[in-house]
Design a protein around this ligand. Structure first.
Ligand code: DGJ
Length: 732
């Protein structure tokens, strides 16, 4: 069993292959956190780490009145409550019928069972009974009857501990839940760096690392989506932690809407991290007997540095979050017409692109925005999911049949959560748009958000999409979402439930995605939100790949893809070769380099193939062949950041290696030319030091490559790149 409760000392011991998590039912039923870190002996009891002291202005629970050394003000908690004497970041806030706002949770019972707990309607990690266990601890506020079930999942191999929470109103009067975080993690020191991934549209997931300071620091989103601006994945690590060594704690929220990740260092230099739905714009009314499940957080600890942390998250997502036929199947190399044509296309143009694509070995054509309703610009049409046959010059079935007969699969774009004022859908159902009555609202890209809290809206979208999906052989969907939310209001909910909308919206989105992915299991879904505005593990549960960024510039992508790689597997990263000068930055880069960068992802093209020169087509043909050869490394292999794009402006390098340490791929992109350049030596990773490998015609030992390094060629032109196959050589 990965989870053991020692009745005598009241300690819960949660064990993965390389980590231990411990907590204790303390005096008066408070659940105290003891330890999370490197693996301990199974019978260890780290209660001794909690130092009792009489601290001024640190009150005591009433039961401890004569013992001034018991205080929730500095004791490490498993789930901190507002109003009971713990002044640090709280995990739960409630308002009761009498106006009081105290929550005071005490241990009531627990159960331990094999396998993974379930969170109906929410994305969550899954595993087999023999792979890990679950623990449910029920806490109760004896005065109000509020109960909180703390869920813990322990995936032994992979070192994952998941957390989630269900809040129940066991009292006699309604309770307003103002805040309910999914994770609270206390640590007894503050010698940690906080790593997070900030950004903006076309510049997502920029890595930032800095030391913790006293007080709170937080990142989060109030945009209704996880957002381009912050990502629901953060790391706390030793100040000295590197890619190769050091304590690292990764925390990933499996959720796609508003979130908060907050870290606080307290008066005695202890650290608390909380993660969950952002409490601003959130409230949930629980009638007596009602309950609410909150989304899951997956945590991984390793003492082996950031590289190991990333490898573990990549495997956890690939094996225990991604589902469906496409999770482990080779994804087709695609050509998308967005940057090739934008809205200016017809069926013939798409067939012309498809014909060239076939010649180059590309496997799927994706018809992007502009094929439906009245949609020749981004001003109108969203909501009207009816094929514009006049624009295409044929029916969808005819177009798909032509593309299929050329030997290509066919995929298409939808933006199912949106509505334009200039649409038949809006004219028929103005109240399906989220908008505060009496306010014009805030318009973005001429569009508004559909009220996905309403079942009839989701039903309508399902029917409209199904009509199209049933009409032709569609094998891929790009599910886009192109605005931040505000003026959040549902005409279908009463005033006291308006605070529930942002959460209900995401639940509605998940429900519809579940319906469609189960109904069309053969369709490959790619998530998208103006590029990577909803790049999170919640979406990866439904869509095994996500368009990483609307910035397709190969050099900017180095930073975007670098940041993304800390938490998310490379095979989930939508990445395409686009035209030059690049449409977002106007930068000119060699097509070879654009290929190198796009190969660190689900590979494809997004340019007008009919305009390529013969020379460029030759390169594309080679790239396509090469990617087919390396695909398994990208999707199932290990990925290593060798030389990042920060603090080094000369070269960015990465490496893929299969799990058997036999074959791999080394990639380098030069970002600055220099006169009289110093040698560039890059140490490889993940090899067997005793084996021999061939790279670029030369044989090296694994040890030489990992400890001595690879001497890189001197670049001959700007933004040059190299891809070197790594092949194990036997009997040498
Ligand atoms: C935003 C996406 O990220 C783009 O790739 C493209 O699909 C456009 N939307 C279309 O409107």
């Amino acid at each position: 069993m990965a989870i053991v409760y020692n009745e005598e000392i009241k300690v819960f011991n949660l064990e993965t292959e390389y980590s231990t998590y411990q907590m204790k039912v303390g005096e008066f039923g408070f659940l105290l956190h003891l330890y999370y870190g490197e693996k301990l002996e199974a019978d260890s009891d780290l209660s001794y780490l909690i130092q009792r002291a009489d601290r001024g202005f640190s009150g005591n629970p009433y039961e401890a009145r004569y013992d001034r050394t018991f205080s929730l003000d500095y004791f490490p908690q498993e789930y901190s409550c507002f109003g009971n004497g713990d002044y640090r970041a709280d995990s739960i806030q409630t308002i009761h019928a009498d106006g009081s706002n105290v929550t005071d949770l005490r241990y009531k019972s627990h159960k331990i069972y094999p396998g993974k707990y379930r969170l109906p309607g929410l994305p969550a990690m899954f595993w087999k009974e023999e792979e890990g266990d679950s623990l449910e601890i029920t806490m109760e506020d004896p005065v109000t009857g509020v109960q909180v079930v703390l869920y813990y999942g322990v995936l032994e191999k992979g070192d994952v501990i998941t957390r989630s929470v269900r809040v129940m109103n066991g009292g006699q009067t309604p309770v307003e839940l103002k805040k309910a975080m999914s994770l609270c993690l206390d640590m007894n020191h503050n010698q940690l760096d906080f790593i997070h991934f900030y950004g903006r549209h076309t510049m997502e997931r920029q890595m930032e690392r800095g030391p913790l300071h006293h007080g709170k620091q937080s990142i989060g989103s109030l945009r209704g989506i996880s957002s381009h601006h912050h990502n629901p994945f953060v790391i706390l690590c030793d100040r000295q932690a590197t890619e190769e060594r050091g304590d690292c704690y990764g925390m990933m929220f499996l959720y796609s809407g508003n979130f908060l990740a907050e870290v606080e260092v307290d008066q005695i230099h202890q650290t608390r991290a909380i993660m969950g739905i952002h409490p601003e714009q959130f409230s949930f009314r629980l009638e007596p007997g009602e309950d609410l499940a909150l989304p899951e957080v997956a945590m991984i600890y390793t003492h082996k540095g950031l590289s190991c942390l990333s490898l573990k998250f990549h495997d956890a997502i690939r094996q225990h979050i991604m589902r469906g036929e496409w999770a482990h199947k080779r994804r087709p190399i695609l050509i998308n017409n967005w940057e090739a044509t934008y809205f200016d296309f017809n069926g013939q143009k798409l067939v012309d692109i498809a014909r060239d694509a076939k010649e180059l070995g590309i496997e799927m054509l994706v018809m992007d925005d502009g094929w439906f309703g009245k949609r020749d610009s981004d001003n109108s049409g969203l909501g009207d999911w009816v094929v514009n046959e006049d624009k295409l010059g044929c029916t969808l079935k005819e177009l798909v049949t032509q593309v299929n007969s050329l030997g290509l699969k066919f995929g298409m774009w939808f933006e199912p959560e949106m509505i334009c004022e200039d649409s038949n859908l809006y004219r028929a159902h103005p109240d399906w748009m989220m908008r505060v009555p009496g306010r014009a609202g805030n318009i973005a890209r001429e569009q508004f958000v559909l009220d996905y809290t309403r079942k009839e809206v989701r039903d309508y979208i399902e029917q409209a999409m199904s009509r199209i999906l049933d009409s032709a052989n569609i094998e891929y969907i790009k599910w886009d979402m192109n605005r931040s939310m505000c003026n959040v209001f549902s005409a279908a909910l009463p005033a006291e439930r308006q605070g529930e909308i942002s959460y209900r919206y995401v639940l509605g989105l998940y429900e519809l995605l579940e319906r469609l992915t189960s109904k069309y299991p053969y369709i490959l879904f790619e998530g998208c939100s103006g590029g990577g505005g909803r790049f999170d593990a919640g979406m990866l549960y439904y869509t095994p790949q996500i368009w990483c960024s609307d910035d397709t510039d190969a050099i900017e992508r180095l930073k975007i893809q670098y940041g993304t790689s800390f938490g998310y597997p490379i095979g989930a990263v939508g990445s395409h070769v686009s035209a030059c000068p690049n449409h977002q930055t106007k930068r000119i880069t060699p097509i070879e380099t654009r290929g190198t960068v796009a190969m660190a992802g689900t590979f494809g093209y997004e340019l007008d193939l009919t305009k390529l020169t013969q020379e460029e087509k030759k390169v594309v043909r080679q790239q396509v062949e090469e990617y087919k050869k390396y695909d398994h490394l990208v999707h199932e292999g290990d990925y290593y950041r060798l030389s990042g794009p920060y603090g080094n402006d000369r070269v960015t390098c990465w490496q893929f290696m299969d799990k058997e340490k036999k074959n791999g791929l080394f990639c380098a992109v030069y970002t600055r030319l220099q006169a009289n350049p110093a040698p560039l030596i890059i140490k490889l990773k993940g090899l067997d030091k005793k084996r021999r490998y061939e790279i670029n015609g030369r044989i090296y030992s694994g040890a030489a490559l990992m400890y001595g390094g690879l001497l890189l060629p001197v670049p001959e032109s700007e933004y040059q790149s190299f891809r070197f196959e790594i092949q194990e050589k036997e009997n040498l």
